[in-house]
Design a protein. Structure first.
Length: 150
């Protein structure tokens, strides 16, 4: 699976997937469940890079003293919104408002799609951000503030 980044705005982010073949209904369900689960974790603040105490400890986490104060002191890091997954031919796309979640969230999503691609659904390409010229984003050709006087 090739990963590509285009222009990224965390508050208005499209994620694109290109499959090797047109996905079946069950394959679409896998994709939608990954996006939904990922978003739900993000909505609950799961992708907060300010509080990675276990990761920062290393491999030996036995008897780790977890700092509750650090947990409470870190900045709120939540996703805000997700649209429905859309499909067109070999492509799928989904829109997100990632809010204040950290870029760690994108690593987790890419890792999940990489594993899914290797075992269940052949994903040729994952594109984070931007727009595909042959599948325009709704409203992308409109002025930013329709009807505003200059």
């Amino acid at each position: 699976m090739q990963v590509e980044f285009r222009e990224c705005d965390f508050f208005n982010l499209w994620i694109w997937l290109k499959f090797e073949t047109i996905p079946s209904d069950i394959e679409k369900q896998y994709i939608e469940e990954i996006f939904s689960s990922w978003f739900f974790l993000g909505k609950l603040g799961g992708f907060n890079a300010e509080n990675l105490q276990v990761q920062d400890t290393g491999l030996d986490i036995s008897y780790l003293t977890y700092d509750q104060d650090q947990l409470g002191d870190s900045m709120l890091s939540v996703m805000h919104n997700m649209a429905a997954v859309e499909y067109e031919g070999l492509w799928a796309r989904c829109w997100f408002d990632l809010g204040t979640s950290d870029a760690l969230a994108l690593d987790v999503l890419i890792n999940a799609f990489k594993q899914l691609s290797g075992e269940y659904v052949a994903i040729e390409q994952c594109i984070i951000g931007g727009e595909n010229p042959d599948w325009p984003i709704p409203g992308s050709g409109e002025p930013q503030f329709v009807g505003e006087e200059i």
